[in-house]
Design a protein around this ligand. Structure first.
Ligand SMILES: [Zn+2]
Length: 343
């Protein structure tokens, strides 16, 4: 998070804006809502929990890091099981954070008294209320967090990356431009990972053996804007040449088009929302020099809404062949543009 100061009032103001954005975004996605927030323990951040009306949990990694700063690494190795639990001879033994209620928490705390360093015992005692409200098992279950440990480490890493990218205090215009290029860079990384060429991003549950429909299902779960195109397993060259925003824009336009005529290697793509006399109502997509070529659009990039619509209509094997052909370098043969007749 980038902030001008760490005052609770600043966070409150931002949380109110965030709530407006979340409400608008969640309205378009049925059955989705925020479950809980994982916070690092900074008290001013509680504004988000209050205003967004979601329970907050404490990041387990932050607790671990806080404890690790108080004792030596050797001691931590011996004593962390008292707090976080451990697997012993195939049986999971809960630590104090594995307690289900305050009574169990207090009983466990007394049991480990003398076994753990005083500095840790005192820290747990001092933070008893916070740990019971936002760290133990029942707090997590109540908040809808069904895995044993929760960390906001991924966000923290992204946060650190963002701070390096922004670099210094900037004017509002500069900040917006920087944020926009940061998001573009991140989205491009995700896009390439989804296309099977991960650079810095790795997608959970992604593997190269997934079929096209499995991939589409996976990408739909992530709300990728052009999940169908990504599920085609684009050749690397096409993937790296594509601007994800342009592709998503063309893909959404392609959804309303119809392939109204197919003849040998020629397709007539129609936009029935345009009047019959509109010249852009019909586009001819045909194969020239082995590549799909559109009569209406500038073919400097490999796709346009009409080419995407044709690709969507093809059987898997044929689509794959067309994509491979599109990824080949141009062979510089002069071609006749079907709409202009110019050479
Ligand atoms: Zn086109």
């Amino acid at each position: 998070m980038l902030h001008t100061d760490k005052l609770a009032s600043t966070h409150e103001l931002f949380a109110q804006e965030l709530q407006k954005e979340f409400s608008a975004a969640l309205m378009t996605v049925p059955n989705r809502k925020l479950t809980c927030l994982i916070l690092d323990g900074e008290p001013a951040l509680n504004a988000y929990s209050k205003i967004l009306e979601v329970p907050s949990l404490r990041c387990d990694f932050h607790i671990y890091a806080q404890i690790s700063r108080k004792i030596s690494r050797e001691k931590l190795k011996q004593q962390k099981a008292f707090i976080f639990g451990e697997l012993k001879e195939g049986i999971w033994k809960n630590g104090i954070l594995g307690s289900f209620d305050a009574l169990e928490f207090d009983t466990k705390l007394e049991k480990i008294h003398g076994k753990i360093e005083d500095v840790i015992y005192n820290w747990i005692k001092l933070n008893r209320k916070m740990l019971i409200e936002s760290s133990i098992v029942s707090a997590k279950l109540k908040a809808g967090h069904i895995v044993q440990y929760g960390t906001n480490n991924v966000l923290e890493s992204l946060n650190a990356k963002l701070k390096i990218f922004i670099g210094k205090a900037r004017s509002l215009i500069e900040l917006i431009e920087k944020l926009s290029s940061f998001c573009e860079e991140e989205l491009t990384g995700i896009f390439r990972a989804a296309g099977g060429f991960p650079d810095q991003v790795k997608l959970t549950n992604f593997n190269d053996n997934l079929t096209g429909s499995d991939l589409k299902q996976l990408f739909d779960k992530f709300y990728f804007p052009c999940s169908e195109v990504l599920s085609w397993k684009l050749p690397k060259k096409l993937l790296f040449e594509s601007c994800v925003y342009d592709l998503a824009r063309c893909y959404s336009k392609a959804q309303i088009l119809q392939v109204s005529l197919v003849r040998d290697f020629l397709y007539i793509v129609e936009n029935t929302q345009l009047a019959e006399i509109e010249p852009e109502r019909f586009a001819t997509v045909r194969i020239l020099n082995e590549k799909l070529n559109c009569s209406l659009c500038d073919n400097t990039v490999w796709f346009c809404q009409h080419i995407l619509r044709v690709l969507m209509s093809l059987p898997d094997v044929e689509r794959s062949l067309r994509l491979q052909q599109l990824s080949k370098p141009n062979n510089n043969i002069l071609t006749t543009r079907p709409n202009t007749g110019k050479k």
